[in-house]
Write a protein that binds this ligand. Sequence first.
Ligand code: TYD
Length: 132
Amino acid sequence: MNYRLIDMKVFGDERGHLISFEKGNNCPFDVKRSFYIFDTVPGIVRGSHANRNSEFILIAISGSCRIKIDDGKTQEIVELNTPHKALYLDKMTWKEMYDFSYNAILLVLTNTKYDEKEYIRNYDDFIKEVRK
Ligand code: TYD
């Protein structure tokens, strides 16, 4: 499978906690774009696409959600429920985000600028392309 969970080093002291991302340390790519998903409506599914060029790091900085990951051969479900863990997803990975808790904030980092042309939004097209 094209994913891994990264245990984040937490810098904590009497003031609270801080987590850092840095290329070559805990982040495998140069971050070109970042976005966050919040105010998610109960019961909905986000994502449902694969990306030809984008790699992603996902962190539930607040609350929790589940991510269904599919590389065209195997499907797995990962739960993110702590800011201490990051999920790395390689390019050409189908992903669906769901079961967002109330007040969940999902932070996403990626190595690309937004380009709709690199999205595969139809699952059958993804399967054809990934199995080539
Ligand atoms: P969408 O890809 O549907 O979000 P998700 O992956 O969570 O299901 O994106 C929602 C809208 O936001 C869509 O109109 C495209 C736009 N968008 C950007 O303009 N820039 C971005 O970096 C992202 C991720 C989305």
